[in-house]
Design a protein around this ligand. Sequence first.
Ligand SMILES: [Zn+2]
Length: 479
Amino acid sequence: MRMLGRLGAHLHWLLACLVLALAAAGAHAQVTAVRVWPGPDSTRVTFEAPREVPWRLFLVRDPDRVVLELDGVDIGPALAKLGSTVGADDPLIRQARVGRFKPNVVRVVFDVKAEVAPQAFALRPIGEFGHRIVLDLFPANARDPVATFLERQRVAGSPEAAAAGAGSPPSPAPAAPAAPAAAPGSTAALPGAAGVPPAAAGAGTAAPGTDAATTPPRAAAGGPPGAFVSQGPDPSARNTRLPPGTRPLVIAIDPGHGGEDPGAIGPTGLREKDVVLAIGRRLARLIDAQPGMRAHLVRDGDYFVPLQMRVVKARALKADLFVSIHADAWMQPTARGSSVYALSLSGATSAAARWLASRENEADLIGGVNLNVSDPILKQTLLDLSQTATINDSLRLGRSVLSELGRINRLHRKQVEQAGFAVLKAPDIPSILVETAFISNPDEEQRLADETQQERIAQSILDGIRRYVAQTPGITRPR
Ligand SMILES: [Zn+2]
């Protein structure tokens, strides 16, 4: 009996050890994916894990390094190959290193090409995604993103740029000089990190001239900061066929999704974000070839733009029209056809329209918006103006585009439907959202991938815009 009792105690002890060992082994989460999205305003790096990972962000000076500490994770394959995930042409990151700093702490260190102001935030699981930590690296002396966007548009719209090809992506940041030889001890050992008080995470105050070796920041845009609303691009720069005193019709083209947010994905893997960017660029080229018209792409690369920021950019451009381009998806692969949507302020016109709007509005949750940062630009620009007149114009524009799309594709909805699409909320710009076709339908996925069909879709949207313009006297009156 006593023997048995002692054996039982031993077994208990052994069992406890085993449980502890297993817990220790299983305590560490795997970072299952790391993605890097260089964009025009920032470089975004996303870390995804099956469970919430505690993290800390800080900045180390001389030379500038951004350090993200992750608690309780293993350095698995995704983290291990982060270094090679960063492109040599990344505007801000020179290289990334990953190392174990303490038994429970992994440090991810970014050596940067210029002074940066980092921000990080967590995203809850949504759709296919698990828990994500999103790290945004902004240039330390970045002007507001709308001002830099306008500046790039103006450069792209200059006669020289027009000659080089309309609709081409904005010129990249000037190439950084070759990286200096590896910093002393530049492994995961983090020289200088110990004892350095972390700069306020996300605040990243610029210390001018602290590091002569760093690359100068990207070409500074001209004009006073904050005055972006009145310093829109000179729309007449490219167009010489207009009578004096008139300005071209400015059309903001918004390819949906981008970056972390792929949008809908077709049966063979075609991603909505890619195909709508291709169609958007084609539409921009067609518009720019029209006398008296000028196109601006609200997104012109594989990065995410928050929905509100798309509206803000269109308003800053003083756009006359706003066209958001998407591809639809539905559970049944037989669903097909094109449809066009406008904003509704008083409920959706159908359950399907409401469902679609809520799905498209999820883009911010998937693409990632830092809700901790209050953005004065967004606050001041979205006014609560009466949108009734604008919505009537949006419906007319939508009907015109829909009937042109009906010439090249079956229509999914014969009328322009309405719902609360966040991206259509510019109070003073007639705005439509075009669901070009169903990417979830195998036939239509194939057609969406086809360049000839992409061009036909772009051409019909243009034809619809032209018809609306012809029926809208005074739309191009001088301002
Ligand atoms: Zn979409």
